[in-house]
Design a protein around this ligand. Structure first.
Ligand SMILES: [Zn+2]
Length: 125
C-alpha cells in the first residue's frame, strides 16, 4: 500500500493495515475518537503527550487552502464580495470539519510521528 493510499484510508504509518480512527468521518458523535494503539502492530498513535497539538498547523494549512480556493472560484464566477466569501468559507469549513480534523491528524502522524513504513513488521516485530 502506498503512503498516499494509507493516508487517504487513515491507516497506521508503520504497518498500513490498522485503522487510526474508530468510526467513519460522518459519525458526528464519534468522528474524533482514535484508537490508542494500532490493532495490528501495537504502535501508539499519540507519540508523546500533546503530540496532536501540532496537527493544528496542518489544519491551518487546509483552511488557508480553502480560503484561497473559495476566493479564486468566486472571482472566476464574478461573485466575489466580502459576505459571499465569508459565508461560503464558514459553510465549507463546518461541512468539512470532520475530514479536516481527521486528515490533519493523519497527515501529521505520517509526517512527524517518527515511524516509517515497515512492510515486514507484522511478520518480524
Ligand atoms: Zn500498525
Amino acid at each position: 500500500m502506498s503512503t498516499l493510499k494509507a493516508v487517504i484510508e487513515g491507516k497506521c504509518p508503520r504497518c498500513r493495515e490498522g485503522h487510526i480512527f474508530k468510526t467513519n468521518a460522518y459519525n458526528l458523535s464519534k468522528f474524533y475518537k482514535m484508537h490508542e494503539k494500532c490493532a495490528k502492530c501495537n504502535l501508539r498513535f499519540e507519540r508523546e503527550p500533546g503530540f496532536f497539538i501540532g496537527a493544528m498547523y496542518v489544519n491551518y494549512a487546509f483552511t488557508v487552502a480553502i480560503i484561497v480556493m473559495v476566493g479564486v472560484v468566486l472571482a472566476i464566477f464574478n461573485l466575489y464580495n466580502f459576505y459571499s466569501l465569508i459565508s461560503t468559507i464558514i459553510a465549507l469549513v463546518i461541512l468539512l470539519m470532520p475530514y479536516l480534523f481527521r486528515y490533519s491528524r493523519i497527515i501529521y502522524l505520517h509526517m512527524f510521528g517518527g515511524v516509517s513504513y515497515e512492510p515486514d513488521y507484522l511478520n518480524h516485530p
